[in-house]
Design a binder for this molecule. Structure first.
Ligand code: ADP
Ligand code: 5GP
Length: 204
């Protein structure tokens, strides 16, 4: 029995702080998980780098990858495609390392269908007024897009019940601590199950 890595999916509405929480998780310790860089057709924002924040691709390039089955999941989100390259996820999990995805809700639900053994965490805002002010405060979207993102957020929050865990992003440090605790306890749970099965196989 191989010890595959865990697939960890952090999801939730745009502007809730997924990127902020993910960066804090990766910055402040030697984690045993790798971040899967997504592909998108959206325009690069100031300060973003191709191959670091996203793989920025044209619509044609993205659609070719869809046709070739190169994506674990993808979604059209507020006029652009976003997706997770499949090969990287497969190879990393097979090597025994955890993979961390930070994706929106439609994509997370597709991953759930394909890899139900993953750990699905929904990051939720303390309230919707705070969510809107975070999106506005980020200063990356025009007002019409913000309204669209808010409508989408309300739909997405209703999907929270489909996840394994919900974490409130009130303070970044609290959310980071809670996400890390979930990952640790999932590791313990999985290793206990694997240990039990290995013993059963030995005793056969
Ligand atoms: P997402 O990746 O979910 O779209 P971001 O990480 O870009 O969200 O965060 C949106 C905005 O909210 C950013 O300006 C970020 O600095 C801010 N933010 C994130 N988490 C918190 C928090 N716990 N409290 C206050 N502001 C936050
Ligand atoms: P943004 O434009 O703010 O970078 O991202 C918009 C939304 O797309 C965010 O909720 C972000 O988490 C999500 N997203 C980023 N990468 C992916 C991906 O690979 N797949 C899916 N389904 N969503 C993604």
């Amino acid at each position: 029995m191989t010890d595959r890595g865990l697939l960890i999916v952090l999801s939730g509405p745009s502007g809730v702080g997924k990127g902020t929480v993910r960066q804090a998780i990766f910055e402040n310790d030697g984690t045993n998980f790798d971040y899967s860089i997504s592909m998108t057709t959206r325009k690069k924002r100031v300060g973003e780098t191709d191959g670091v924040d996203y793989f920025f691709r044209t619509k044609e390039e993205f659609e070719t990858l869809i046709e070739n089955g190169g994506l674990l999941e993808y979604a059209e989100y507020v006029g652009n495609y976003y997706g997770t390259p499949l090969a990287y996820v497969e190879e990393t999990l097979a090597s025994g390392k955890d993979v961390f995805l930070e994706i929106e809700v439609q994509g997370a639900l597709q991953v759930r269908e394909k890899m139900p053994e993953g750990v699905f965490i929904f990051l939720t805002p303390p309230d919707l007024v705070e969510l809107k002010s975070r999106i506005i405060g980020r200063g990356t979207d025009e007002m019409a897009v913000i309204e669209e993102r808010m409508e989408k957020a309300i739909e997405e929050i209703e999907m929270m019940r489909l996840y394994d865990y919900a974490v409130v992003n009130d303070q970044v440090e609290n959310a980071v601590r809670n996400v890390k605790q979930i990952i640790e306890s999932e590791h313990l749970r999985v290793s206990r199950v694997i240990h039990r099965y290995k013993k059963m196989i030995e005793e056969l």
